[in-house]
Ligand binder design. Structure first.
Ligand SMILES: C[S@@+](CC[C@H](N)C(=O)[O-])C[C@H]1O[C@@H](n2cnc3c(N)ncnc32)[C@H](O)[C@@H]1O
Length: 391
């Protein structure tokens, strides 16, 4: 077991417990967080304020007996902590504690459960999963990166976490030799649901995965595999996770440069340009609920980039050339008016449907031969049909 926390560390650990309790984390889960302090799993980090993108120079070692206030505040903050960078982009992190608690609660781990985690990173979540699954349970955590996998194994061993196995492997393939699992928790944003996760989940089991969208957001999807092999569920909120690594799943196409479309106005004027007001309701997620509806209702919605580097959803038509671009309060239409009309109609349909939010959809995995319903998210491995609850 690691040495007991020094007084400065214990104070910060207690502060995080209070943050979790205030966030509504239930006592049974709070007790697991109490037993597994976050710093046992963090031996280095990129030390920046939470909203600042780290650079290589921010790498900082965390000595086990540290009393450094800056380090301890960051470790015990309710924020993700960057653990690994590649080409200036965060590729591994210790997730935000309240988000982890929410996911563990939604996963509903029963004593004795056999669990698969995709994305071990520090190993902290794997330790919490093993705690919840109890002495008869078992956790297998897959980590793509060899250095992170070795670190997770070391942290779990040093912390005394038992019944957790970490393998360095591409989680997209799951672990056929250890299946079936009672629950699979994916802790990395994935653009599709690979067949392995569905094949390796026991009947009645739950899959919890952040589903990556073109704009980088990742609504958290929970699906249950019914005894009839039907897969149903819903979204549990909006998250941002680091992107999946490995070659297994097709990524969303990168943003298309608007300037390369013939209908995009040149600096001689914006004579082709017509604006249509959107005035969708805003909330903490900005336009997310609207753009989610648009993604589900317009299969050809694309992610676009303006010459100034701003990214927007819209419709792109080559022949006759036409463009429609959604900004916060307008559909901007260029060239042929048909894309602008379709985008405006879809915005109107969202309002007529009562401006549904992410949580308002029932989600169902479509059978391969099933036609696409009006609302669906279709990816190469998995097609999700959406329906409004109570509709
Ligand atoms: C957000 S971190 C996971 C957080 C972690 N579960 C915790 O305890 O805080 C995501 C991790 O997923 C890993 N990852 C990315 N692609 C993966 C893949 N295909 N298979 C397994 N792990 C992957 C990354 O290397 C990274 O360490």
């Amino acid at each position: 077991m690691p040495p007991p926390l020094n007084p400065a560390q214990a104070e910060h650990h207690a502060r995080l417990q209070q943050i979790l309790a205030r966030d509504g984390v239930e006592p049974w889960l709070l007790a697991a967080f109490e037993r597994w302090p976050r710093q046992w799993f963090i031996d280095h980090l990129y030390l920046t304020p939470p909203d600042v993108t780290p650079t290589a120079g921010d790498w900082t070692a965390v000595p086990p007996d540290t009393r450094d206030e800056r380090l301890l505040s960051r470790i015990y903050d309710d924020h993700a902590v960057c653990l690994q960078l590649a080409d200036g982009v965060g590729v591994s992190s210790s997730s935000q504690p309240t988000l982890m608690a929410g996911m563990l609660s939604q996963l509903g781990v029963a004593p004795g459960a056999r669990l698969l985690e995709v994305g071990a990173a520090s190993g902290w979540n794997a330790a919490l999963l093993a705690d919840l699954a109890g002495p008869a349970g078992h956790v297998l955590s897959l980590e793509f990166d060899a250095e992170m996998a070795a670190a997770a194994q070391r942290h779990l061993r040093d912390a005394g976490a038992e019944r957790v196995e970490v393998r360095c492997a591409d989680g997209v393939l799951g672990a056929p030799d250890a299946a079936p699992f009672d629950a699979i928790e994916v802790t990395v944003a994935c653009p599709d649901l690979p067949p392995a996760w569905r094949d390796q989940l026991a009947l009645g089991g739950r899959l919890l995965a952040p589903l990556a969208l073109p704009d980088g957001s990742a609504p958290l999807l929970r699906l249950t595999r019914a005894a009839t092999d039907a897969w149903t569920g819903g979204f549990q909120g909006l998250t941002w996770f680091v992107a999946l690594r490995g070659g297994g799943l097709e990524a969303w196409p990168p943003p298309r440069p608007l300037a390369s479309h013939p209908a995009w106005p040149t600096d001689t004027g914006r004579e082709h340009h017509q604006d249509v007001a959107v005035s969708a309701e805003r909330d903490a997620y900005g336009f997310f609920h609207l753009t989610f509806w648009l993604l589900a209702s317009l299969p050809d919605l694309v992610w676009l980039e303006t010459p100034a580097g701003r990214r927007r959803y819209g419709l792109w038509r080559d022949d006759p050339p036409g463009l429609a671009v959604l900004t916060d309060d307008q559909v901007h239409s260029f060239g042929d008016p048909e894309p602008g009309r379709r985008l405006t109609d879809a915005v109107e349909a969202w309002k007529v449907a009562g401006a549904p939010r992410l949580e308002n959809y029932e989600v169902r995995v479509l059978a391969p031969d099933e036609p696409r319903p009006p609302l669906a998210l279709c990816r190469p491995c998995c097609r999700l049909g959406l329906a409004l609850r109570g509709a």
